[in-house]
Design a protein around this ligand. Structure first.
Ligand code: C5P
Length: 404
């Protein structure tokens, strides 16, 4: 599901070098299926031209409150009335201060003040020099804006256009989009602490070889993303995967099943829900060797002495926290045949209230999947769809079960 599809945004730009990122942001919003009406402050037009923003948004840009193009000459009223949200990106320190005082001396500030506060949320992506950001005046203003109902996105840390390094950069366009998606997602997991394992584990045989599997981690990462959007505090323990950490999610990278076990068990007592999507290797070699195993001259094959890896899910379900009902556990099963039958059996074997089954070879590495949910009352099939969409459904399923 594209949460931003068919949404209408007023994108407000204020003066700052981050205006160049607003061009990309506008393009990305349109690509998501949203429509964008750009409004710029005079300051913003010093950094990027209205022509650029008009070309990207496909609509004439408004700058002045005296613009005669609107029939009733009330652009400040008309523009916000159909918006699903006003997004100010970048929001300069001056504009933040202006909003705070309810000042209205240009079209953008006038429009923000005149918006129906209950229907049109205001989302702010600040951008400024690190000293300006850290200044008590700005921090005070930001806190008050939040208290007044504005949604203020974080700032990023890093190199600044002025040459200094620190907090105050505007988030990247994709991160702002993620903030918007979260804004439009029901907060069904608000405040819940989610612990998720994802990806394959890698069991070293020697320094260059190992035992692993084809799990890409995409399903687990999509679930982590969906949980964060739904308001959860998410910790993702991931094996070796080529995926970016979802915005807002705390990631712990591990290699082996034993490391994943240690990191997971250490967090059981501070979690409310555990989702085990990881494809943990069933076996590891008893002892790894420090140097690469060489081919024998007589062609004799090396013997691998395998031992079983600890079952992370089983250990978590047996923990005091899970047994006392304070931790809700969700297991996964990746099978290649007889999905329903094997999933029902696995749910019982693992002792989880909810087991999610999928056909591994059908989905490994893809952005789509289909899931079979198995619980005490039976099974429910979620048909072929994007892993993001399926995750949203799964999040709702989990939320409804833990709120019972
Ligand atoms: O037994 P099987 O590997 O099929 O079980 C799959 C489920 O158990 C998944 O949720 C997986 O993350 C979890 N699991 C685990 N630790 C293991 C093996 C599987 O947490 N060692």
């Amino acid at each position: 599901m594209k949460q931003l599809k068919n949404k209408h945004f007023v994108l407000g730009l204020t003066g700052g070098i981050a205006c160049y990122k607003a061009a990309e942001l506008c393009r990305a919003l349109i690509k998501e299926g949203a429509s964008v009406q750009v409004v710029m402050s005079e300051g913003a037009t010093q950094f990027i031209t209205p022509v650029t923003m008009q070309a990207l948004s496909g609509r004439p840009v408004f700058v002045s409150q005296w613009d005669p193009r609107e029939g009733n000459n009330m652009a400040h009223i008309n523009l916000s009335r159909e918006a699903d949200a006003i997004l100010i990106a970048p929001a300069s320190a001056e504009f933040v201060a202006k909003l705070l005082h309810g000042r209205a001396d240009d079209l953008l500030s006038l429009m923000c003040l005149a918006r129906p506060i209950e229907q049109v949320p205001m989302i702010i992506a600040p951008a400024m020099n690190k000293e300006m950001w850290a200044n008590p005046a700005t921090q005070r203003n930001i806190e008050q804006l939040k208290a007044d109902g504005a949604f203020v996105l974080d700032v990023a840390a890093g190199d600044q256009a002025c040459g200094e390094v620190g907090d105050g950069r505007m988030l990247e366009p994709e991160q702002i989009l993620e903030g918007l998606r979260a804004h439009f997602t029901a907060k069904v997991l608000n405040g819940r602490r989610l612990l998720i394992t994802a990806g394959p584990t890698y069991e070293a045989i020697d320094p260059v070889r190992g035992i692993t599997n084809l799990s890409s981690g995409k399903m687990g990462f999509a679930i982590a993303r969906a949980c964060w959007r739904a308001g959860a505090d998410v910790t993702l323990i991931s094996g070796l995967v080529a995926l970016e950490t979802p915005f807002g999610v705390k990631r712990i990278s591990v290699t082996s099943g034993q490391q994943m076990y240690d990191e997971t068990l250490a967090r059981v007592d501070s979690s409310d829900v555990f989702v085990a999507t990881a494809a943990v290797a069933d076996w590891r070699v008893r002892t790894t060797v420090d140097q690469k195993i060489k081919k024998a001259r007589d062609k004799s094959l090396p013997k691998l002495d395998l031992v079983e890896n600890p079952d992370i899910l089983k250990s978590v379900t047996m923990s005091t926290r899970a047994q006392s009902g304070k931790l809700y556990c969700v297991g996964f099963a990746a099978e290649s045949e007889n999905l329903e039958q094997l999933a029902i059996a696995k749910r019982q074997a693992k002792g989880v209230p909810l087991l999610v089954a999928n056909l591994g070879p059908q989905t490994f590495g893809l952005d789509e999947n289909s899931l079979l949910l198995v619980d005490e009352s039976g099974t429910r099939q979620l048909g072929w769809a994007s892993k993001d969409d399926l995750s949203l459904e799964l999040v709702n399923e989990i939320a409804s079960r833990i709120s019972k």
